[in-house]
Design a protein around this ligand. Structure first.
Ligand code: FAD
Length: 486
């Protein structure tokens, strides 16, 4: 709708004066889209020590860590629940362990602990996670399979955030940042209640899309180096029969047995090799961007079957992303039809759930004070400012971390370049695609969250910047938070 249509529609005229929507002027600059200039407006303002933008995989842990370290903490999340892509796209939570099973003689170690471990242990106790059962096939990829019940994950993360004393502001977008002289003063939020300003001393951007860092003027690129995905949970199916079908086709690549619907040692994960499956299935599945990999904690349910496609532009492009949302929904429908037709036990399958919006592996890449390279990751380098250790690579067994060992995440890799009170946690770091194939996985994002949330709290309470925070102080707080270091 152009300005004239907008005006004719009555919307513009109905508002009476332009000031009713804070409109000061409107015009079209040569060669650009039409622009409105918003007039200055008074917004309600509130104050916190720490603001965590985005309550997803990393943000949940960041918020709990910040509050437990004594900061008055606000978590702003655009959806009505927490958990992010951990509950919307990933099939297993990779990985709390080193890849010991692929390297005989290497010691088995739980290398990520702290708040992420506490979350999974708490979920496991109530049947909302599998714990850490060992893979029986495909353990050169991950030695264990931690799968979750996505609805219980939402509930337990919200309970833990609440118990930590974090103020949760859900269904609220971070839409802008007030930043000057290399420092963020406040964010602007938008919700059903309208817009408001939230001042804080330190900020963590865990929005995945890096909305806060980008609005605050951080340097960034948009690599658009992955397919975007929506994942369908399929009901009325049998993972035992899927397993048998893959075995009959000599296509089994990964298997894990663990707890399922109250019984131990049941199949909870399978992955199949597409090239071995009947051509009439495989051709259509590949055309839909569908792979055969799923996990479940329940009889009769495949937690996620992914349908993906590569967008021509970055997923921050709203109109292209909107077209893609429709296409992915078509693909999920066709995938379920394909399963019904070809896979034994899926004859009466139905779409039990989908993600509320497409999921991404990378939106914006934020320039940080250190950029971890792939060589450093696979050779298992540790740094003087490690904030956790990690041992998983999503391209294993092609790439693994130093004979089943770990590498360290340096604190500098979470510090946004040029902004002295803003940290990032999650998929926004690490420029190299292969390096990102390790750092973007769920357990790394959670561990980044604990590091960033802890550091933000210490900065706010000690009146210092992210760069000047003493590493000894940060390390002590992380160790107190049960973070494991190698
Ligand atoms: C399809 C798919 C499958 C994957 N499979 C696996 C797997 O099997 N195992 C694994 O370990 N990893 C997997 N990954 C990778 C991993 O899940 C993600 O990289 C990780 O979860 C990202 O965490 P995050 O905290 O950076 O982002 P998210 O978890 O997406 O969290 C970002 C949060 O910020 C909120 N938000 C966004 N913008 C705003 C805003 N402006 N204001 C307020 N809130 C906002 C979002 O709603 C969301 O809750 C997969 C990723 C995808 C896309």
């Amino acid at each position: 709708m152009n300005r004239r249509q907008f005006s004719k529609s009555g919307l513009f005229a109905g508002l009476g004066a332009a000031s009713a929507i804070g409109l000061a002027s409107c015009g079209k600059e040569a060669g650009s889209a039409e622009l409105f200039r918003e007039a200055a407006k008074k917004l309600p303002a509130i104050h916190y020590d720490v603001v965590i933008a985005g309550g997803g995989t990393a943000g949940v842990v960041a918020a709990i860590a910040a509050a437990r370290n004594g900061a008055k903490t606000l978590l702003v999340e655009s959806k009505g629940y927490t958990g992010g892509i951990a509950v919307e796209g990933g099939t297993a939570i990779h990985s709390f362990y080193n890849l010991w099973k692929a390297f005989p003689g290497v010691e088995k170690r739980k290398v990520v602990r702290g708040i992420p471990e506490e979350l999974i242990d708490r979920l496991t106790k109530i049947g909302g996670a599998s714990g850490y059962p060992e893979m029986s096939l495909g353990y050169d990829y991950d030695s264990v399979c931690t799968c979750i019940d996505t609805e219980m994950y939402k509930l337990i993360t919200m309970e833990m955030i609440h118990e930590a004393g974090v103020t949760m502001m859900l269904n609220t977008m971070v839409t802008d940042a007030l930043a000057e002289n290399g420092s963020v003063q406040a964010i602007i939020t938008e919700s059903h209640a309208g817009r408001q300003v939230v001042y804080a001393k330190a900020f963590v951007d865990s929005t995945g899309y890096a909305d806060l860092a980008a609005r605050a003027g951080a340097e960034y690129t948009e690599p658009n180096d992955y397919a975007v995905v929506n994942s369908v949970g399929i009901g009325n199916v049998s993972i035992d029969k899927l397993h048998q079908w893959l075995a009959d086709n000599d296509a089994l690549e990964q298997v894990c047995e663990g707890p399922r619907s109250g019984e131990a040692d049941k199949i909870i994960r399978v992955q199949g090799r597409m090239a071995k499956l009947p051509k009439e299935f495989a051709d259509d599945a590949m055309g839909l961007g569908t792979g055969i990999v799923t996990t479940t904690l329940h009889d009769n349910y495949f937690m996620f079957i992914k349908c993906g496609m590569k967008m021509p532009v970055s997923p921050t492009n709203t109109l292209e992303a909107s077209k893609t949302e429709l296409e992915l929904r078509r693909r999920m429908y066709k995938t379920v039809e394909l399963f019904k037709k070809h896979i034994p036990g899926c004859e009466k399958a139905f779409m039990a759930r989908t993600s509320p919006s497409l999921t991404i592996r990378r939106g914006r890449l934020i320039a940080c004070n250190y950029d971890l390279s792939h060589d450093e990751i696979i050779s298992g380098i540790h740094f003087d400012d490690d904030v956790f250790s990690y041992g998983f690579h999503d391209n294993a067994p092609k790439y693994t971390i130093n004979n089943g060992g770990t590498y360290g995440m340096p604190y500098r890799a979470l510090q946004v370049k040029g902004i002295d009170n803003l940290l990032v946690a999650g998929m926004m770091i690490t420029s190299n695609h292969n390096a990102h194939m390790s750092t973007r996985n769920t357990v790394s994002c959670m561990a980044q969250g604990q590091a960033a949330g802890t550091a933000a709290a210490l900065c706010a309470l000690n009146g210092t910047t992210t760069g000047k925070l003493s590493y000894a102080t940060l390390r002590q707080a992380l160790e107190k938070g049960n973070v494991y270091f190698e």
